[in-house]
Design a protein around this ligand. Structure first.
Ligand SMILES: Cc1cc2nc3c(=O)[nH]c(=O)nc-3n(C[C@H](O)[C@H](O)[C@H](O)COP(=O)(O)O)c2cc1C
Length: 299
């Protein structure tokens, strides 16, 4: 969204020729870090006040907390970088602060990568260790996903045929981590069929997460009662450029959700190119509106 960009270190996102779309981050100071802990906590309190039942702290997919967790983006030599214990400190501090301030019945979960799918990045053994670190903090569950904008495994794009061919992309990791974990584990990514959801549960993983399938068929889980073997029509964007394919996939999904919100039917055969362009125009407009409002409020 432009503006100032912060990260664990000053390492910019590398998505090849599209990298210029993302700003160069500045390594956070201790006071920036304190501020982020406060902001997460305040946001959770606002969510509780607004009537939500719970929140999920997002430490996956290359966002800020994942940037601290990954040795590829966290090159710090203070207590927030280096060892895994140090790289996980920000996630743990935020979780502790959130748990200390929200009410006991308010659900707090964590979204964590099982792996970054990048050489030298956050690995399954790191995910296992972080889940163990979280085990005393009374979080309700940990959702395991994977990948980032640089290696979008959460959209099934890892370049690894074994993963692509499979549904429930992160099941093997989730299963292994569940065996060692006292916290219930959820896995999300690629699940759209009842038999796959059952396979996840039968493998000992506590929860099944779904995003894309529910965008295309919001009533999917109920409809399994009468049509347990249905195959959902979920178009796959086949652009060669993986970054654009990822953006177009998200644009199509957001469009379906907006259509359903407007009482319209899902349009599974919408044009990927047209939807991507109109989504980009929409995002630019919304960002401008947001920044204008934000500047006004600051003044
Ligand atoms: C409409 C939509 C919005 C999403 N927004 C985000 C997001 O803001 N941040 C993120 O890390 N993942 C986001 N995701 C990814 C999902 O949380 C999920 O990990 C991913 O889609 C894989 O699950 P699926 O195969 O069931 O879709 C989004 C997915 C969808 C469908």
């Amino acid at each position: 969204m432009g503006g100032k960009v912060f990260s664990a270190s000053d390492i910019a996102l590398d998505v090849g020729k599209h990298s210029h779309l993302f700003a160069q981050p500045k390594a956070m100071t201790q006071s920036d870090i304190n501020d982020v802990v406060t902001r997460f906590t305040q946001t959770v309190l606002q969510a509780e006040k607004a009537g939500f039942n719970g929140v999920q702290i997002h430490a996956a997919h290359g966002y800020l907390l994942a940037q601290f967790l990954s040795p590829l983006t966290n090159k710090r030599d203070d207590k927030w970088g280096g060892s895994l214990e140090n790289r996980a400190r920000l996630l743990l501090e935020i979780t502790k602060s959130v748990k200390a301030h929200c009410s006991e019945s308010f659900s707090v979960s964590i979204k964590l990568n099982s792996a970054d799918f990048q050489r030298g990045g956050f690995e399954p053994s790191d995910a296992q260790a972080v889940v163990n670190m979280l085990s005393t903090l009374k979080v309700d569950f940990v959702e395991l996903s994977g990948g980032s904008y640089e290696a979008p495994a959460m959209q099934g794009q890892t370049g690894d045929e074994r993963t692509l061919a499979r549904e429930a992309y992160f099941l093997e990791f989730a299963k292994a981590i569940s065996e060692q974990s006292t916290i219930p584990i959820m896995t999300t990514g690629g699940i759209s069929r009842l038999d796959v959801a059952n396979k996840v549960i039968n493998s000992g993983v506590a929860l099944v997460g779904m995003a894309t399938a529910l965008a295309y068929q919001p009533n999917l889980v109920n409809s399994w009662q009468t049509q347990p073997t249905q195959n959902l029509l979920m178009p796959r964007v086949t652009f060669k450029d993986k970054t654009l394919a990822g953006l177009a996939t998200m644009a199509l999904l957001k469009r379906q959700i907006r259509r359903v919100g407007q009482g319209k039917h899902v349009k599974a055969n919408a044009s990927a190119i047209f939807t991507l362009i109109s989504d980009q125009i929409r995002s630019v407009k919304l960002t401008k509106r947001y920044r204008k409002r934000f500047t006004k409020e600051l003044n």
